[in-house]
Ligand binder design. Sequence first.
Ligand SMILES: C[S@@+](CC[C@H](N)C(=O)[O-])C[C@H]1O[C@@H](n2cnc3c(N)ncnc32)[C@H](O)[C@@H]1O
Length: 292
Amino acid sequence: MAHDSQQAPELPRELPASQVQPFLRWAGSKRWLAARIKSILPAEFGDYYEPFLGSGSVFFALGLDGNRCVLSDSLSPLINCFEQVRDQPSAVHEAVANWGCDRESYYAIRGLKPTDDATRAAQFIYLNRLCFNGLYRVNRDGGFNVPYGRPRFERIFSKPNELHAPSKRLNGTRIHRTDFVSATERATQGDLVYLDPPYVAGHRNNGFVDYNARVFRWEDQRRLSELCDSLTARGVMVIVSNADHPSIRELYGSHYRIESLNRFSSMSGNAGARGVSQELLIVNGPLVEAIS
Ligand SMILES: C[S@@+](CC[C@H](N)C(=O)[O-])C[C@H]1O[C@@H](n2cnc3c(N)ncnc32)[C@H](O)[C@@H]1O
C-alpha cells in the first residue's frame, strides 16, 4: 500500500519553548494552518475530535486539555506510536536514543521486527525522522520501504526528554485506530470535529494526487461530506480542510461556509509542488460567523 506521498516538511530542530511541537514529520501536515483554525474556534465547545490525526499538528497547536480530545487515524503504527508516547515516553526515548543516524544503521533499524509496542513506536519515530522527506510508504507485505533521507543531524533527539512535552499534552486523550466515520460516532451537540483527509483533488496533476487516490478515493470524499451533513444535523461543529477544487466546492455546496487560503510551500525536491497553492477551510453552524 502506498500512503500519502506528498513530501513532509522538515521537522525544526529547535522547538519554541512556548508550544508543544509535533514529534513526527507528516505529509499534508497542517502546521501552517493551525493558527487560522485556532482563530475561528468558538469560545466554548464540548469534546474535540481529530479523526485524520497524522502528526497531530493542529491538536498540539490548540493546546486543549487532553481529557476533552478524541484522536484517531486509520494507520495502525501511527496510532501505536501516539499511544506509546502518551503512556511510556521514557521507554520510547531510550530505545531510539542509541540508534545511529547513518545509512547503515538506518537500513538495519528499518529491517527490525520489534516484538513490543514501545520499540515499535521508537522504530516509527526513527524512520520518520531519517527517511526521505518524512514519507510513509509500505510494500505489499506491509514492510516500510522509504529510502534513507541523508539527515543533516547526528542525533535523533536534540534534547534529553524530547518526548515528555508531547506525552504530557497527550495525557488523558482517547486514541483510536479507526476509520473517520466510526471515529466520530459519539460526537454530540456542541462538540467540535476537525477533519483533514488526504487530498484527492488539486490544481496540479503532479502525481501526488494520483498517489493519494489509492488510499483515499473520491468515494471517501463523498462519505466525508455525508458525515459532515450528519454531524451538522446532530449539532456538532465541523471544520474540514481540503483541496481548493471545483469538485470539492460542489460536494459541500451552499450549506457550508467556505474560505480559500493561500498556502506558501517551500517543499524541496519537487519543483511542481513549490510555490503558492489554494486550499479550503469548510465550516458549518456557529463557525460560519468566524470566517469571511
Ligand atoms: C493529510 S493527513 C493528516 C495530517 C494532519 N492534519 C497533520 O497536521 O499532520 C491525512 C491522514 O488521514 C489518514 N487516513 C487516511 N484514510 C483514512 C480513513 N479512512 N480514516 C481515518 N484516517 C485516514 C492518513 O493515515 C493520514 O494520517
